[in-house]
Ligand binder design. Sequence first.
Ligand SMILES: O=C(O)C(=O)C[C@@H](O)CO
Ligand SMILES: [Mg+2]
Length: 390
Amino acid sequence: MKIKSVRARVFEWKGKTVPPQGNFCSNAMDLVYSNTESMSTFRFHSWTVVEIETDDGIIGLGNVALAPKVAKAIIDEYLAPLVIGQDPWDYEYLWQRMYRATHAWGRKGVTMAAISAVDLAIWDILGKSVNKPVFKLLGGRTKEKIPCYYSKLYRTDLKEMQDEAQKFLDQGFKAFKMRFGYGPAHLQDGVRENLKSVEAIREVIGYDTDLMLECYMGWNLEYAKRMLPKLARFEPRWLEEPVIADDIDGYAELNAMNIIPISGGEHEFSLYGFKQLLDKKAVSVVQYDTNRVGGITAAHKINALCEAYSVPVIPHAGQMHNYHLTMSTLASPMAEYFPIFDVEVGNELFWYIFDGEPVADNGFLQLRDDVPGLGLTLKTEYLDQFHIID
Ligand SMILES: O=C(O)C(=O)C[C@@H](O)CO
Ligand SMILES: [Mg+2]
């Protein structure tokens, strides 16, 4: 079997979007003075879909949501020529070709995300070619079904947040992730607002339910060190991305305080990036995203590394490409889950592009043994609400 073609298309959402509430999520831009909305560069309103076809007609689907137009250019210009004409079963060789050929300027960020998208499509082909779901090629079914946590609760009116939490508590979710709205730039008022929002959610979900707290790189080390003792009473399962991804020593200092487990990884890339996080004990929960970190080829290796370090893997953002990694290892106890909503930040946009994503049932997800590859097809229902760049 040989790869015959690689097609990368950008799906630009032109449909309805929900305008964000102010301070709906602390983020890395909060500390930079600007007159634009600080989360504006952290939107996922475009998504690049990769379709790789083999000479015997199998089509594999991959996807990338980081800088999708740039990712397309990297795939078209650099990665496609490296894999066309090659055997997809030589996936490690192909991964190393893409990684090393772009090493001078790739390694992390959008190049690794582009490599991930190609790698996902290759693994989709491998599964389809032997009529097996991808998780069966990685280690098989390690769970009867996958526990998942509800992920949204962006900072808005506290009563609205409580109603949202109640609605999904009633649907059987046993774990929730909420977003802080404030960070160092918002001074003591922001501290009080952050604490009030956690208290409000705990009032609804109680303490028999996991609560995770998301900073999305919006704090800094000094502020996080002040906040951790104030948050401890709420017994969070983890505090996510309190500092920017490059501040690995900051992560390690916060994790070493042993007040609240620190999580991160959605903005880290490659096996080596995670070796560094683990060697420095920077995180207590690893959260790579398989469509960023280097695809399934890289994520599978990181799963083994995390198993050896006894650090759980709970991949960022859910989605099928992550669920196969969670299903195939005991090192990954749970998945993130974004329910389908009107398009807001865009974390939910994949629901409008693909069919086949599992819908949570009572806080669990199921992958089928009889659906080959990643298990996704392109959805036609919303195609008229996308502008597609081929
Ligand atoms: O789901 C996450 O972990 C994310 O970081 C999504 C981002 O949009 C803000 O939370
Ligand atoms: Mg996050």
